[in-house]
Structure formats: structure tokens, C-alpha cells
Design a protein around this ligand. Sequence first.
Ligand SMILES: C[S@@+](CC[C@H](N)C(=O)[O-])C[C@H]1O[C@@H](n2cnc3c(N)ncnc32)[C@H](O)[C@@H]1O
Length: 149
Amino acid sequence: MYDYLMTLDFRGKRVLIVGCGFGEDALRIAMLGAEVYAFDLSPECLNIARQLAAREGIRVHFAQMPAEELSYDDNFFDYVVAPNILHHVDIPLAIREINRVAKSGAMLIVDEIYSHTFTKFNTKVQTSRMPVSKGAKIHIWQAKSLHHC
Ligand SMILES: C[S@@+](CC[C@H](N)C(=O)[O-])C[C@H]1O[C@@H](n2cnc3c(N)ncnc32)[C@H](O)[C@@H]1O
């Protein structure tokens, strides 16, 4: 996923990180020039994420909320990045919300699950269109080892 992210031009783009955890992906993408919004359910994770951002001097809009009920405006994001998170959420509700806050033609990038720990073995398994309206592209990665389960 990271190799792919590095091919994108995030400058001036609004990016949403779903279930940001400690915020590493939010910081990385902010460093690539995006205006990054990142949320998580866990105040403890967000506390660490905010400390990391402050330490690195990087601006990210962190917020606490569930993926199933987002407080962002409709048609707001150019990219939505959801690494290692969909297995935690109510997927139909979360996708409905992601679709609502994504601009028309936005890109959803999904990485399931824990493939960052198997970076060398990651493989892109699917590129498709959002199932609903918007015509956004969805990119999904999985650790190759999962295919053998
Ligand atoms: C496996 S961690 C992944 C964190 C980060 N995306 C990463 O790749 O390192 C899953 C994260 O999802 C958060 N989470 C779980 N359920 C959630 C929900 N319904 N809405 C938002 N975040 C949630 C957890 O607090 C946790 O930080």
C-alpha cells in the first residue's frame, strides 16, 4: 500500500484516515502535502496520535468518532484511507458514511489486515468501483499470506 501511496499526488488534497490508531499514516500522508483528517474511537490512541503530531510539528485534524457515524460534511474528501480497520467496524454502515463524505470520484484505499507487518508480501487484490453512486475507485490490499488461510 505504501508503494502505491507514494505514487499519488496528495498536495492540496483532503484525506481522511479511518481508525487512525496512533496516527502514523495520518502523519505520513500529511508530510506528502495533504490536509489530513483522522479519527478513531479510542481517546487513548488519539492522545498518542496528537502527541506524535505535536512532536513532529505536523498538522492533522484529529477527532474522536465511530466509523459508522461521521461528523464530516458531505462530499468533503478526495481520498479516504482505511488501513487495518474495516474488520473492526460495521462495514455497510461505515461504507455508507465513507461514501457520503467522499467527493464524487474520490479514491478509497483499504488495507486489510495487518499487512503493514508483511510489507514485502503485500499484494494488491482488487481495484473496483464504489458499490454506490459516486464512481470512486477502491484499492484493496491484503497480506498474501491471508490467501493461504
Ligand atoms: C488494528 S487498529 C489499526 C490502527 C491503524 N489504522 C493502523 O493501521 O495502525 C484498529 C483501530 O480502529 C479503532 N476502531 C475500532 N473500532 C472503531 C470504530 N467503530 N470506529 C472508529 N475506530 C475504531 C481502534 O481504536 C484502533 O485504533
